[in-house]
Design a protein around this ligand. Structure first.
Ligand code: GUN
Length: 310
């Protein structure tokens, strides 16, 4: 009897967990097949340039993962590791070279940049057609106007997971906690474009718990370890945890946790992404998807001589 209820409990938890790692693996497999047929059709191998300035350990890990997964799906990867003393002018010169390099379809400058470099100036220097991060104001504008363009990788990963889990999102009440340019704002736009009713909460919002409890879809991206508990969640809601926080317990042991208290949330949510293994792998898989999309778009515009506006 005990045995049965334990296995039932496991089964129930499994059905709650949204396995971003497995979904990302499938997505990378699809991208790899599409890259192979793109190469066969065009003779051009898609290329991704990844630029890292400085030696932030977390950024180094992210960049290595991006380079490795690019190679695995058949995308050529070009790594540019620059010292922390690199000037803004030197970085802008590199971006000009990458913009002009036909073997490069996507350019990603890992953020954050050292304080002496103006992040906006760097993002704006990237050719919008190669902006696989979707951070250039042209792509931000296209997303907000509901026009096709490069969509930031983490929000795109969130949307794909939600659509896979829930199907059509029309009419659902979505609450986004966090208003960063990288996640909070673009995921809000994507959900709005998918016909959700969207509320964005932030550090000055009132009635946080009550607002969160109205959500059919709750996306949390604030960078505060386990700030969302069971009390924030409507029974059956789908919860995406974008946070990745390294915390240390009393014994000095380090572990990764999200912005959502997983065990507490699992008692209420209908679906929940774990950390690690939830949104993180989706971000990198969507970078591969965006690089292929950039290569396709660029090959199309160079063949047809398009890219003109009318
Ligand atoms: N730093 C943290 N997330 C990201 C991301 O999605 N893109 C870039 N370029 N830097 C990041």
């Amino acid at each position: 009897m005990n045995q049965l209820s334990a296995s039932q409990a496991i089964e129930e938890t499994c059905s709650i967990v949204i396995d971003g790692k497995a979904f990302a693996k499938r997505l990378r497999g699809e991208v790899a097949e599409e890259v192979a047929s793109f190469v066969a059709d065009t003779g051009h191998q898609p290329g991704l340039a990844v630029v890292l300035v400085g030696s932030d350990p977390a950024s180094q890990v992210y960049v290595r993962t991006k380079m490795r997964q690019a190679e695995e799906v058949g995308i050529a990867s070009f790594q540019h590791l620059l010292g922390s003393e690199t000037t803004e002018t030197q970085l802008l010169s590199l971006i000009t070279l990458l913009n002009e390099d036909d073997s490069v379809d996507g350019i990603l400058v890992q953020l954050p940049l050292p304080e002496h470099i103006n992040e906006s100036a760097v993002i704006e220097a990237i050719d919008p057609a190669k902006d696989v991060d979707g951070f250039h104001p042209i792509n931000v504008g296209r997303l907000s106007a509901g026009e096709p363009g490069m969509v930031p990788c983490t929000p795109l990963g969130c949307l794909l997971l939600l659509q896979d889990r829930l199907g059509d999102l029309s009419g659902m009440k979505a609450v986004v906690v966090g208003r960063s340019n990288i996640v909070g704002k673009p995921i809000g736009q994507l959900l709005l474009n998918a016909n959700c009713t969207v509320t964005t909460l932030h550090s000055r919002s009132r009635d946080m718990v009550a607002e969160c409890r109205r959500a059919d879809i709750l996306v949390v991206a604030v960078g505060l370890p386990e700030m969302i508990g069971a009390e924030h969640i409507k029974p059956g809601a789908t919860v995406l945890d974008v946070g990745i926080n390294r915390i240390e317990n009393a014994k000095g042991e380090k572990r990764l946790v999200g912005d959502v208290d997983f065990d507490a949330a699992a008692s209420k949510a209908g679906g929940l992404t774990p950390v690690p293994g939830g949104i993180g792998p989706m971000t990198v898989a969507c970078l591969m998807r965006n690089t292929l999309a950039a290569a396709r778009q660029r090959s199309h515009t160079s063949v047809t001589g398009g890219g003109k506006t009318s």
